[in-house]
Design a protein around this ligand. Structure first.
Ligand code: SF4
Length: 403
């Protein structure tokens, strides 16, 4: 590596424990009740702040286990400790990705006071959510999650939801849309049930999944455009628009293939980079993906870790393959290493089912809409152009990763 890294996102695992047991969860140690030590947080943040690798602002996502199983007081103390380590006053934005089942008034007050960016995982109406998001005893968690969401709304805490789409929910965009509207959910992010770690996606095996995803997003966008102000943010559409509508000489940005743009730390202080999901994974080809431990090493030590050298070589090869073979490269930047590994067995590869769905079909949808709007403007087509009339500006703070 020649240029200094630029850290944009820290994913911190406060505990690997999760109080529920979703069928598509990739976290290998979600029954462990270990908790990150304050010393470990101090070692991480003091090194990050003094590295010179952070430019004006840093997003911190507390995730990779259910963060709310720890008490509010744990985070109050952690936030104050982190503030004291940040003498230069770098702008810090904390985000929590939660299953929502433990949200109560105290959490709502904390989120509001600390201006935490809250993401709640809910997969739509009960029949879709409870299919995969269950307790260890096999009971559905919808009731508890929706109760948490209603508490956030009552307390006026802004939040977004992340919904994992499956073949079943993709088939009913109207039902999904009506659910969000009924529950006052305004900001939605869609993930697709993907093959990752030990989990093999059932949806990916469905031959018609790409067309189904395109149809779902298209109809969901049409519905939200027809009722301005009801759904104010659809991440997949906004991202695709932002990627498509930019100057042709704008740099191709993909933080998931840049070493240290995303740093993930588990509760014990182990450090990984690139896709956050790599933190707990192992593979036959690569072993683990760890660069060292923040309690015994430094960020500059990690720069010369042999695991990093090997990953950089393969990830760069994969990005080159993407550049040479894929017409979406200029808007994608070479995809997500963890999905290349899960589907192709190596980082040094290009296309995946995941990228065909989440990158290609989403970008197709936006390009098709722009083309129809252009034809309409030229008077050669009956399209009414409404699809492009988004209910709010496109530029906003990115929502942290997670599911
Ligand atoms: S869309 Fe897929 S194949 Fe194309 S650049 Fe992205 S990851 Fe590579």
């Amino acid at each position: 590596m020649t240029a200094l890294p630029r850290i944009e996102l820290l994913v911190v695992q406060p505990t690997p424990f999760c109080n529920i047991d979703c069928s598509y969860c990739y976290l290998p140690h979600r029954s462990s009740k270990a908790i990150v030590a304050v010393e470990t947080l101090i070692n991480l943040f003091s090194q990050v702040f003094s590295s010179g690798w952070v430019h004006d602002c840093l997003s911190v996502v507390w995730h990779a286990g259910e963060p709310l199983v720890l008490p509010v007081q744990f985070y109050r103390q952690a936030f104050r400790t982190i503030e004291r380590l940040n003498p230069a006053g770098l702008k810090l934005r904390h985000a929590f990705q939660t299953n929502g089942t433990l949200i109560d008034e105290a959490w709502c007050a904390f989120f509001a006071e600390e201006e935490v960016n809250v993401g709640v995982s809910i997969d739509g109406p009960r029949q879709f959510h409870d299919l995969h998001r269950r307790t260890r005893a096999g009971r559905g968690t919808f009731e508890r999650t929706i109760t948490g969401i209603r508490l956030l709304r009552r307390a006026g805490v802004p939040f977004h939801v992340i919904s994992v789409l499956t073949s079943e929910s993709m088939a009913v965009p109207r039902e999904m849309f009506d659910f969000y509207v009924e529950e006052g959910i305004k900001e939605v992010c869609f993930n697709v049930e993907e093959t990752e770690g030990d989990h093999v996606s059932r949806s990916f095996a469905d031959a018609g999944i790409e067309a189904a995803y395109y149809r779902f997003l298209s109809e969901f966008w049409r519905l939200s455009s027809s009722q301005p102000g009801v759904i104010t943010f659809i991440r997949e559409i906004e991202q695709a628009l932002r990627q498509v509508v930019q100057p042709s000489d704008a740099p191709i940005a993909n933080q998931l293939v840049e070493p240290f743009a995303v740093i993930s730390m588990d509760w014990a202080g182990n450090i990984a980079t690139f896709s956050p999901e790599l933190l707990g994974l192992k593979s036959v080809a690569y072993g683990d993906f760890l660069l060292g431990n923040i309690n015994s090493g430094t960020l500059t030590d990690f720069l010369v870790n042999p695991n990093l050298t090997r990953m950089v070589k393969d990830i760069e090869a994969g990005v080159r393959m993407c550049r040479e073979s894929c017409e979406y490269f200029s808007v994608c930047g070479g995809g997500e290493p963890v999905n290349k590994l899960a589907e192709n067995g190596t980082f040094a590869s290009a296309e995946t089912k995941y990228c065909r769905l989440t990158k290609m079909r989403a970008i197709d949808l936006v390009l098709d809409a722009i083309e129809r709007a252009r034809l309409c403007r030229d008077g050669t087509d009956g399209f009414d152009g409404d699809l492009l009339r988004l209910p709010h500006p496109l530029v906003r703070e990115p929502i942290g990763s997670g599911r």
